[in-house]
Each structure stands twice: as C-alpha cells, then as structure tokens.
Ligand binder design. Structure first.
Ligand code: NAI
Length: 290
C-alpha cells in the first residue's frame, strides 16, 4: 500500500498540528487544518505565515517555497473527509476516542488515521473503532519542521500495511522513521521521563534554579536543558504524558508526576505557548523567585 494522500486532514492546530501541516505542505500535499477552538486554525495559519516569511527573509528557504507552502494549508471550520488524518489534539484518551468516532462516520473505510499521541496506548485508542487496523501512531517531535525523528507506533490491531505506508510517507517528508510497539511512552518519551523528573525533583528540593539546571545540562552536551525543554513542550502536555505513563505502568513510582509541574499547570504557566513557564517569553527571563 502506498500512501499519497490527495486529501490530508490535520486535526488540532496547536504546536504540533501546525508543524505537521507545515511539513506536509512543504512536501507538496494540500492540507486541511481543523481545530475545535474557533479561530485556532486561522491563528495557526497566520503564525505559520509569520514564521515562513521570517525563514525566507533569513534566506533559509525561498519566498516561492514559503508562499507555496502557505497556499497549500487551508484552515477549515469542520472535520472533512480525507485519505489520511493526522490527529494532534490534546493528550487525552477520551478526547481522542470521541474524535475518532466522529471521523469514522466521515471517512472512507480505507482512510488511515495517524495519531501524534506522545504516550497513550495506540492499542487502547483503536478499541471501539470500526476499523481498528487503520489506526497507527505517527509521533513527531517538537519543533516538527526541525526534528527528524518520527516514531511509527504499532498497536496490536494496526495493519502492517498501514504502518509501512506511514513509514514510507514520513521518509518522503524527510523524516527518519523508527518502529515501536505500543508500550507506555513508546521509546523517546519513556527514556525522557527521568530526565524531566529529576530536574523537577531538584526544583522541589530547592537544590538549584531552572537556569542553573539548564546551564549544567547544556554544558554537559545536551542541546537543551530539561526546564527549557519542558517550557517548549508545554507543561500541560508534558504532565499529561507523565500521568499517562505513570498510570499505564500501574503507578510505578519511577514515573510519579511532579507537584512542581502540577502547580505550573494549575497557574496556567504552560511554557512558551502561554508566555510563561520556568521562563518568561519572548525574552526568556527566569520567573521563579530566587
Ligand atoms: P497544543 O495544546 O499546542 O494543541 C492542541 C490543540 O488541539 C489545541 O489547539 C486545541 O484547541 C485542539 N483540540 C483539543 N481538542 C480538540 C478536538 N476534540 N478536536 C479538534 N481540536 C482539538 O498541544 P500540542 O503540543 O500540539 O500536542 C498535541 C498532541 O501532540 C498531543 O497528543 C501531544 O501529546 C502530542 N505531542 C506533543 C509534543 C510537544 O512537544 N508539545 C511532542 C510530540 C507529540
């Protein structure tokens, strides 16, 4: 099976959905972009226009490529039939299941549904679908246009044809696709949990400030420190992923969510996307009292 979607629908126009739409459009696909929040898909399009024009001004891509990419992305006000749907909505199993039920009423039986979930079981998400074999994990990393890796996640019911077809598509989009079975957190997010958890534990112990922790890890060779990385990911999403991995591992203490992060989420300090997390944006100044 070759996946060359004439109609590609991206659902969820947040950090990830917008990035996925950009990469797909840059690869030549016409992309419909839908978000349940009124105006969010248009806002994502405007944001993409700003960043693509910025890249063109810096000479990182031509103005023609920037214009063509934007012209291929169309914000839509309702779900639409498509050959491939890439779901990038909130990291919540019930919300994703409800969306898939709505989609199945619209989609032809051979259409593929790919979920960008960071951690939720693809096996469990497929349960209840009329065609569970068409659901596959297609886990991009943030920022999508920059990060090469994509995890193709197989649920128990995922058709091998579907998994191989999305792998091939991701490769044509310039990504490096790896296969993972649907275990909690898959590969990267499982390994990354202790990275975030230990940084959050240091903060809870008042052992060091976020900027010190980040500086140490950068000096040790990591591209970003854990605090700035959590700000980039979004604390709501990062906490939801930790909770999902914790629950899926039968509440193994190794994956215990952090009260420090819970408090940031409770305050609405979600990171870059809300203008404040461990740092303030756009200037990046620390926010926690010293
Ligand atoms: P986000 O919070 O930036 O965007 C989520 C968007 O989904 C919002 O615009 C929201 O209005 C929309 N939405 C919520 N429910 C919806 C529904 N039922 N129908 C349509 N739109 C709906 O979140 P982000 O960061 O883009 O994450 C999306 C997905 O991607 C999550 O599953 C997350 O775990 C995953 N992911 C996130 C990464 C990150 O670094 N933030 C990295 C890799 C995967």
């Amino acid at each position: 099976m070759t996946l060359d979607p004439a109609r590609l629908l991206v659902v969820g126009a947040g950090l990830m959905g917008a990035g996925i739409a950009q990469v797909a459009a840059q690869a030549g696909h016409d992309v419909l972009l839908f978000d349940a929040r009124a105006g969010a898909a248009q806002a994502a399009h405007a944001q993409l226009a700003q960043s693509l024009h910025g890249l063109a001004a810096k000479g990182k891509l031509t103005t023609e490529v920037a214009a063509a990419t934007l012209s291929r992305i169309r914000p839509v006000a309702a779900l639409q039939p498509a050959d491939l749907v890439i779901e990038a909505i909130v990291e919540d199993a019930d919300a994703k299941r409800a969306l898939f039920a709505e989609l199945e009423a619209l989609l032809p039986p051979e259409a593929v549904i790919a979920t960008n979930t960071s951690s939720i079981s693809v096996t469990a998400l497929a349960r209840g679908l009329r065609h569970p074999e068409r659901l596959v994990g297609l886990h991009f990393f943030n920022p999508v246009p920059v990060m090469k890796l994509v995890e193709v996640v197989w649920g128990l019911a995922t058709s091998p044809d579907v998994a191989h077809a999305v792998t091939d598509l991701a490769s044509r989009w310039g990504k490096t696709a790896v296969h993972a079975r649907s275990t909690p957190g898959f590969i990267v997010n499982r390994i990354a949990r202790p990275f975030y958890a230990e940084a959050l534990a240091l903060l809870q112990d008042h052992a060091a400030m976020p900027e010190v922790i980040d500086a140490c890890l950068r000096a040790a060779g990591f591209r970003m420190g854990p605090c700035e990385l959590m700000d980039l990911i979004g604390h709501d999403t990062n906490l939801a992923v930790t909770k999902s991995v914790f629950e899926a591992n039968f509440y193994d203490r190794r994956f215990t969510p952090s009260l420090v992060q819970q408090e940031l989420v409770d305050a609405g300090y979600l990171g870059r996307k809300s203008g404040r997390g461990f740092y303030r944006y756009p200037d990046g100044a620390p926010t926690l009292p010293t």
